[in-house]
Design a binder for this molecule. Structure first.
Ligand code: ADE
Length: 227
């Protein structure tokens, strides 16, 4: 998968791709991530990428021209499956959306700033608008990172153990069951006996049960929305 991220603050984005799973996915050649500084596409002497909004009002708006130049240049080099805009008024990111995007080949992610982008950018170039939650960030960069992390770990070969992404919380609309590791007893606090029984079918049934109980308790909305 190739990810092109368009931003006015590339420095905010780089280090998370230099550690842990995202770094390994790049090292293994499974993912390529490129950062594009929008200011490099400004024709303005001051490298300006935003301007006052028509009609008045507080807050600057990101101009169409540098964004058009950047996206058009990328599109002239290869085809893209999605051009995603990170914005608080987009569809809220969930596991289903992460799964869908993980199947794409090339994607562009545009990070908004200030009051957002000129609406014509959204009308002309954007295929999908994503929010990471009902709160407003200073820019789309941190949202883009969360989207990349959620997507990249789903790409086959990225996680060592393929099944571990499949058993994540939300993959079957259920939260994950509790997990334990050694020692089996610590300060008198014991691991549930079933987990050390070696009875795989019973362990699976216990896990399903616990996942269901936990979801019912913490996120009953997930069970209601199952159909
Ligand atoms: N930009 C600002 N707030 C955001 C949010 N909640 N999700 C995605 N991008 C954003």
């Amino acid at each position: 998968m190739r990810i092109d991220i368009i931003t006015v603050v590339p420095d905010l984005l780089k280090s998370p791709f230099e550690a842990s799973i995202m770094q390994r996915s790049i090292a293994k050649g499974l993912v390529e991530v490129n950062f594009h500084n929008l200011r490099d596409y400004s024709t303005n002497a001051y490298k300006q990428v935003d301007d006052y909004q028509f009609g008045g009002g507080a807050g600057m708006v990101m101009m169409i021209e540098p964004i058009d130049k950047c996206i058009s240049e990328l599109k002239s080099q290869r085809d893209y499956d999605e051009v995603i805009y990170m914005t608080p008024d987009g569809e809220t990111l969930n596991q289903k959306i992460a799964n869908q995007i993980s199947l794409q080949g090339n994607i562009i992610i545009l990070c908004g700033h200030y009051k957002g982008v000129d609406q014509r950018v959204r009308d002309q170039f954007i295929t999908r608008e994503i929010s990471i939650g009902d709160y407003v960030l200073s820019g789309g960069e941190l949202g883009a990172l969360i989207l990349c992390d959620a997507v990249i770990r789903l790409i086959p070969g990225v996680l060592g153990n393929e099944t571990s992404a499949l058993t994540d919380s939300f993959q079957d609309n259920l939260l994950a069951p509790p997990v334990y590791t050694r020692p089996a007893e610590y300060k008198g606090w014991k691991v549930p006996e079933i987990l050390t029984s070696g009875n795989t079918p019973k362990i699976e049934a216990w896990r399903e049960d616990e996942a269901y109980k936990r979801t019912l308790e913490r996120r009953p909305d997930l069970i209601k929305n199952q159909s």
